[in-house]
Design a protein around this ligand. Structure first.
Ligand code: GDP
Length: 460
């Protein structure tokens, strides 16, 4: 059940010590709760102060009259707020005790502790954001590179919403041709009209598929491209990893408490967030390979979007190298011939004959490092230049809905061309519209909302 008639409160700044900490409230009682705990120097209560204006005051615990902290209090009056409700932000000194005490007090005064993402959920429920825009807020919080951020910001701006409403209008127009006949089942749809409908449907289907197709590349900007670095012991895996990390560690993202409770490293390769999987395994590769051998590599390769397979250029290929070549055959991979600064003893025939792209690299001289980075980018984002100008889809939920919409439309087209009853055509058209509506949140269930907003942090 969704309540939106009560007042929620949360600490909106990160947990820990900082210059300031912000307790945020949203709901009908936000102003009166603020009045009950704030004593301002100018004797103006928060509710009497102009909207969006900060006032300076002391936060008092009404239970004993004690001064908890000094703070700047801002009341933002509905509807020009993040949630479209009255919002109060109390900026206090950024210590754990201060923000926690203030949160406890506002809760005692009648606010309820907000669920994760509940402020944004209210922004959606109150019509300020569409669902895809609300999801973009989360993407902005989690953005790993400035390119990821740019894409999320476009979605927040409503680019995807606009594109989808355009598709929606075209679908409704196309349906209208057929709807007219539904009341007169004895009439056959005219040939010319049928042709028009079929043509329009084909165009809409191809548009939806193009949009859905952007996901294959655009998703990397949201979730990161995962790369496995594999090879037998001593080929230079850790050295390569360190080279890449030193040069490109633009942003190190910590995502504690999210899905897997671990801290992941992202490299920034031309704006593409790249996650090196199995980092621990690489760093202890000698041990790991000896213990578990090829099984570990297969596992790492299986989970990766892209594989960097290392072969020591200063030595002839060994059986383990040939095994590895066999494993990566047909996979999205590049063979890196390491130690290019040393005299080369490797024979490249098996690599070349497998059709695996390869390059020579030295972590000592830096030869091949830029080329490797370019290969990582271009082999995973071949069409990116074209796509970056249009609307793209980065969220798997959106892609799934688009694919199901396209499926329904294909069924509709088939029904029409087979001359089946027009009611059936109509049902498929409605299904497609509903799938599009699920993306923007025009149609939704508590289930979907729960899933989306529970991945937010509390206070957003
Ligand atoms: P790993 O076991 O695959 O992780 O390999 P390491 O990165 O630990 O490297 C094994 C050895 O090869 C170390 O002594 C490195 O210094 C050396 N090495 C790695 N890359 C290069 C390179 O590009 N040139 C030279 N000359 N030596 C390298």
């Amino acid at each position: 059940m969704t309540h939106i008639d009560d007042t929620i409160a949360a600490i909106s700044t990160p947990v820990g010590q900082g210059g300031i900490g912000i307790v945020r409230m949203s709901g009908p009682d936000a102003a009166s709760i603020a009045d009950s705990i704030v004593r301002s120097r100018s004797r103006v209560s928060p509710s009497a102060s102009p909207s969006h204006r900060m006032i300076y005051g002391q936060v008092i615990d009404p239970a004993d009259g004690r001064v908890v902290d000094e703070a700047l209090i801002t009341l933002m009056k509905t509807p020009n707020t993040y949630t479209r409700e009255d919002v109060v932000e109390i900026s206090c000194h950024g210590g754990m005790v201060s923000v926690r005490s203030i949160l406890e007090i506002v809760i005692r005064q009648g606010a309820r502790l907000a669920d994760p993402g509940e402020f944004t959920k209210r922004a959606y429920l109150n019509g300020r954001l569409n669902l895809d825009q609300a999801e973009a807020v989360l993407d902005i919080i989690n953005a790993k590179t400035s390119e990821s951020m740019r894409i999320a910001a476009e979605q927040l701006r409503g680019d995807l919403t606009r594109k989808l409403s355009e598709v929606r209008v075209r679908l409704i127009e196309t349906s209208a041709y057929v709807e007219a006949y539904l009341d007169f089942p004895e009439d056959e749809i005219e040939h010319a009209e049928k042709k028009t409908v079929q043509k329009q449907l084909a165009e809409i289907i191809s548009d939806i598929k193009r949009l859905s197709g952007t996901f294959d590349e655009a998703r990397f900007f949201r979730d990161g491209l995962s790369i496995a670095i594999v090879g037998r012991p001593n080929v230079g895996k850790s050295s390569l990893l360190n080279t890449l990390l030193q040069k490109d560690r633009a942003i190190v993202t910590a995502l504690p408490g999210t899905t897997r409770d671990l801290i992941e490293d992202y490299l920034n390769i031309n704006g593409l967030p790249v996650r090196i999987t199995d980092t621990a395994g690489i760093r202890n590769s000698e041990e790991v390979i000896e213990q578990e051998g090829i099984r570990r590599s297969i596992q790492a390769i299986g989970h990766a979007d892209y594989v960097i397979a290392l072969f020591d250029g200063s030595e002839p290929l060994r059986q383990e190298d040939l095994d590895l070549l066999r494993i990566i055959r047909g996979r999205h991979a590049i063979a890196v011939i390491s130690k290019a600064d040393l005299p080369q003893a490797i024979t490249l025939d098996p690599v070349v004959s497998d059709g695996i792209p390869h390059l020579h690299l030295s972590t000592v001289t830096g030869q091949g490092v830029a080329e490797l980075k370019n290969s990582i980018f271009t082999s995973n984002l071949g069409d990116w230049k074209e796509e970056r100008d249009g609307v793209v889809v980065t969220n798997v939920r959106h892609k799934a809905a688009l694919d199901r919409a396209a499926e329904s439309l294909e069924k509709a087209a088939a029904l029409l061309s087979r001359g089946e009853p027009l009611e059936l055509f109509s049902i498929e058209m409605r299904n497609a519209l509903d799938r599009i509506g699920e993306i923007t949140g025009a149609i939704t269930t508590d289930d979907i909302l729960e899933r989306i907003f529970s991945s937010f942090c509390i206070g957003k």
